[in-house]
Every structure is written in C-alpha cells, then in structure tokens.
Design a protein around this ligand. Structure first.
Ligand SMILES: [Zn+2]
Length: 302
C-alpha cells in the first residue's frame, strides 16, 4: 500500500468505485476541484457516484487520503489517464459560480505534488507534462479556477523538491495586473503627444547652416531644428518647402540665410516619434521621405 506521509486516511476505500491495482506506471497527477465547499461530503458521495480520487485537500490545507496510490481511482473520465495518474481533489472556498480555492489549499497541493513527484521520479513538475487539469482528459469544467493555478502549484512543488519551503513568488496573471510600461518619452515628445495631440506648427524664421543639391533636389540643414547628428538623407529640408526671407526673390538659400516654412506647409501632424534620438518625424505632401527633427527644438521654435 502507498499513501503519502502528508495525508491522513479519511473514509479510506469505504466506497466501491475504484479498481484494485494498476495497468500502468504512475507518470502524472490530475488536478480536480470538488465543486463544493462541503469538504466532509467526500468520499461519502462516492458510494452512490461512480467516481473517486486518491486525495482531497481542505480549505485549511488538510490532506486526506481516500484511495491507495497502488489502486486505480476513477477521476479522470479516461481509463488510460486513470491507470497512469494520481488524482487530487480540492475543496472549494466558495460555491457556484466562482468556485474559489483557498491559498492554503493551493500551498498544500504543492506539497503533495512535490511528494508524489519525488516518490515516482517525475523530475521537475511541469504543467501539461506531468501535472494536468481534469479538463485535459475529458470535457469538463473541472478543475475550475485551479486550471490557472497549475503553474503556481508546479513552481512551489519544484521549490520544495529543490529543498525550499515552497514560498516562491508567483507572477500575478497579466490579465488582472497589466505590467506598467516604463514611460521613456522625453518631456517634449510627451507634450506633443499628450498636450498637442501630435500637432505641430512652426511659423517663425530659422537660419540655415548650408544648402546643397542632394538626392536630386536642393535641401537645407539647420541647427535650429535638426536632430544631432544629422544627415542629408534623414534631415535635409527641401528648399521647395521654404521661403528665403533674406532674399527679395525668396529663393537664393545662401549658407546662413534666414528662411521660414511656406504657408501651407508650416503646420501639420507628426507622423512618427523616435524616443531614442528624441526626434519627431514629419511627412510633407509631395515628398517621399520622412524628415526627422529634434523634438526639443521643434517644440520650442515659434
Ligand atoms: Zn475533476
């Protein structure tokens, strides 16, 4: 006979619905919930119901043994699974529809799982490899909320197997506590996004550093707006967007000239942000490539 040293016998094999012996070697544990808060109703209910399990854990963490591990309990709804598994029932803390499970029940379950895993040489306890919910073997709502606790039970069991006390931190489910994303935006990008709804406007003058024909068009670079370091490819402003206010004809674009964006292209919506370089990307109608500007300069410029 094999019974865990963590368990006390309770109504032990006092019901007819289990099978003497086993067809297979034990290589897995199947987790159930009782779907009742009445811990003491088990195993008496198995006198009439054609079911059974090896163990049951109460709301306070008590572990009861109902069937010898060397015998086959009827819990998985699947003969193959019954033959090769040990079934553990868990009493519920609340009834329908939530069927909550007490933390003490989960912690005791981890201890029992660790004990079984060690005695049968499972190695590490891994959900869906050697620790299964009842629902893996038959269509059932069992084990209710315990289905989402398999990893916690496994983590704690593995800690116990490794010599710990099972008090390992368990990651909260992402659905209930979304991880706070770190805000790495600069103050300027935040202001563009949160205050100005991604809109920009630059109607004031700025000074060009240099003007060259690059990529088949005349472009300027300006220290007043460009991100540093800058390049003709990413940061050049086509002269077609600008008016040279130093030149009565508005189009000589000498180095050091004072210029402004033409009416019609001096405001718009920011198309992209780059937090790493603190830059804002602007598309101008008629020009294929985005032009990147320093977010601080772009925000501050009149
Ligand atoms: Zn079940």
């Amino acid at each position: 006979m094999t019974v865990s040293g963590l368990a006390t016998q309770y109504g032990f094999q006092s019901f007819p619905h289990f099978t003497q012996g086993r067809d297979k070697t034990v290589n897995k544990i199947v987790i159930h919930h009782m779907a009742t808060t009445d811990y003491n109703s088990v195993p008496g209910i198995w006198n009439s119901r054609e079911a059974s399990a090896h163990y049951g854990i109460g709301q306070n963490g008590e572990i009861r043994s109902y069937v010898d591990e060397d015998n086959t309990a009827w819990h998985a709804g699947n003969w193959d699974a019954n033959s090769s598994s040990i079934g553990i029932e868990h009493a519920n803390l609340t009834g329908a529809p939530d069927y909550d499970i007490a933390q003490a029940t989960i912690d005791a379950s981890a201890k029992l799982v660790a004990d079984i895993a060690q005695r049968y040489g499972f190695g590490r306890v891994v959900p869906y490899q050697n620790l299964f919910p009842h629902s893996s073997f038959t269509s059932t709502a069992c084990p209710g909320k315990l289905k989402d606790k398999l990893q916690e039970i496994a983590d704690k069991a593995n800690d116990i197997i490794a010599g710990g006390n099972g008090n390992v931190a368990t990651q909260p489910a992402q659905t209930s506590q979304p991880v706070q994303q770190e805000d790495n935006r600069s103050a300027s990008i935040k202001e563009f996004q949160d205050k100005w709804n991604n809109r920009w406007a630059i109607r004031g003058n700025f000074t060009i550093r240099t003007c060259e024909k690059q990529y088949d068009m005349f472009q300027v670079l300006t220290d007043d707006l460009n991100v540093e370091p800058n390049s003709w490819y990413y940061n050049g402003i086509p002269t077609g967007l600008l008016e040279d206010v130093s030149d009565p004809e508005g189009r000589s674009f000498e180095d050091g000239a004072t210029v402004r964006f033409k009416d019609g292209v001096n405001s718009g919506v920011i198309a992209a942000y780059d937090n790493n370089s603190n830059a804002v990307g602007i598309y101008f109608a008629g020009y294929r490539d985005m032009i990147w500007f320093d977010a601080d300069k772009f925000l501050a410029h009149p």
